[in-house]
Ligand binder design. Structure first.
Ligand SMILES: [Fe+2]
Length: 500
């Protein structure tokens, strides 16, 4: 956990800049923790979840649970709040582990207690006696929500990276770029201070600082490491620990530290400090590590903008893959829509630059679905009105996600407008005719064609000929006729007789 600096059993002191040490213990894998004093109930839930493929373990007391949270990558916890210390544990989870989803369990039929528990941050509430199947379903729903949170985190970190990359060209010296890295990290993890310590004499870059609390130097960090009672924790290339006991930094309550590594060589450290409030979260650690990883390479290469932009683009590609994995019925959809969009653009005589832009728009058109609930995306049948309204928001969310990124500005109209219709009956804005940007009209046709020619749980795929007939049938009120015509031509098809 990241909340408090606390003494631990002494291990070897760390000399100089702390090196990456071996992990203190083997990495356990439980992501779900069932905290219940009743062994039979606990074991039953654990067994059922294990059978459904979850990594799960049980704890019989709050003390046991707290110890496991410290050492296991717990994402979701079910707590019997009737257990001694159970309510306090829920409080601790809310304050100190906001990344862990909690579900309360109780024998009480007191409705006020249920409301209070939810108000205190529980994801949901189960009353005993319960059906194990319901609990398992609820836990699966909670884990799905956690997965969406993780994807949102990845997107946030990608945007942070881009924010950094976008501004770097304003600086013609690395020192100024490091200052920007410090300011970005300060903002992104909500630290009181960020110190960038350049440890390698070969690199000869200045130490940099942003924030309001004591600036750390390599020597301070070394002293802190020496005076702390515990070995450095290592997690791959990321090292973080809590340091304690230095006069200079006595006001610091929490430290987050990650190495700046370039070409397998440590060139320094990115250190976040807080003087009060909550400790750093796992999300903060990941974000700082991502910033450090990208920035270190960039700093070392002296090619900051290019490197980070490449990293950003590859992160977006990763997000597309994440989206396709999340939406099991549309595997390959983004790539096929990209291909069809490009074909149409070429068929309409656009330039190579324009074709590339339209292709990229096709690839990213559904990026906003990252924020859609997994169960809505994967529902094996038509959506209810409420689910459909939620689904429609992916056009708006997609726009919001890409808006801060200058080099995506030209494809935003496609992300936002690919469900608009020529007669004004589409969404989200009910645009009509020429009000709909051409890039959106092209992606709309490519998107519809791929949807019609793909299998769904509730209907088989249409043949390509049938799909073209349908495009022509809807050309005019729904699709731009010129676009449908270009697509037909590019596919070597004639306009169907029925549409003459
Ligand atoms: Fe869409």
């Amino acid at each position: 956990m990241y909340t408090n600096i606390r003494p631990k059993a002494t291990s070897a002191p760390i000399a100089g800049v702390p090196e990456v040490a071996a992990p203190l213990s083997a990495v356990p894998t439980s992501q779900v923790l069932i905290v219940d004093g009743e062994g039979a109930t606990r074991d039953l839930v654990v067994d059922f979840l294990t059978m459904s493929g979850q990594s799960v373990s049980g704890a019989s007391s709050v003390t046991d649970a707290l110890a496991r949270i410290e050492t296991e990558p717990v994402k979701l916890i079910v707590v019997d709040i009737d257990l001694e210390g159970g309510k306090a544990l829920m409080e601790t989870l809310r304050n100190e582990h906001p990344g862990i989803l909690s579900i309360a369990l109780t024998s009480s039929s007191d409705v006020d207690l249920a409301v209070e528990t939810m108000r205190r941050g529980a994801f949901d509430y189960i009353r005993k006696p319960f059906k194990v199947g319901q609990v398992v379903k609820l836990i699966e729903r909670g884990l799905a929500q956690q997965a969406v949170r993780t994807e949102n985190f990845e997107l946030k970190s990608a945007l942070a990276l881009y924010g950094l990359a976008d501004r770097l060209p304003e600086f013609d010296e690395v020192g100024a770029a490091l200052q920007l890295l410090a300011t970005t990290a300060l903002d992104q993890i909500g630290a009181d201070g960020i110190s960038i310590l350049m440890a390698d004499a070969d690199v000869q870059l200045p130490n940099t600082y942003a924030g309001n609390c004591s600036q750390l130097t390599v020597r301070d960090l070394t002293e802190l490491a020496r005076s702390s009672s515990g070995g450095a924790l290592a997690d791959g290339s990321a090292v973080f620990r809590y340091l304690h006991g230095s006069d200079k930094t006595e006001l610091i309550s929490s430290v987050l530290l990650t190495p700046l590594v370039s070409r397998q060589k440590s060139i320094g450290w990115l250190v976040g400090t807080r003087t009060q409030g909550h400790g750093f979260s796992e999300g903060d650690r990941k974000l700082l590590t991502i910033l450090a990883d990208r920035a270190a390479t960039a700093v070392h290469n002296g090619q900051l903008f290019e490197t980070i932009e490449r990293a950003f683009r590859s992160t977006i590609e990763t997000l597309i893959v994440a989206l396709e994995e999340k939406d099991e019925y549309t595997a390959g959809h983004s790539e096929r829509v990209a291909e069809f969009s490009g074909m149409i653009a070429r068929g309409m005589g656009m330039t190579e630059v324009q074709i590339e832009l339209v292709t990229q728009a096709g690839r990213l058109h559904d990026i906003g679905k990252l924020a859609i609930r997994t169960e809505d995306l994967n529902k094996p049948g038509p959506l209810t009105d409420e689910e459909y309204e939620r689904m429609k928001l992916h056009t708006v969310t997609g726009r919001e996600l890409l808006e801060p990124i200058p080099f995506f500005q030209e494809i935003i109209p496609a992300v936002s407008g690919h469900h608009e219709r020529m007669n004004g009956s589409g969404y989200p804005n009910g645009l009509a005719g020429d009000e709909i940007p051409m890039i959106a009209r092209i992606v709309a046709v490519a998107d519809a064609f791929d949807a019609m020619t793909s299998d769904r749980a509730y209907r088989p795929a249409m043949s390509e000929d049938e799909a073209f007939c349908e495009l022509w049938r809807c050309a005019g009120p729904q699709f731009d006729q010129e676009v449908v015509e270009a697509f037909s031509r590019a596919s070597g098809r004639l306009r169907p007789a029925a549409a003459q």
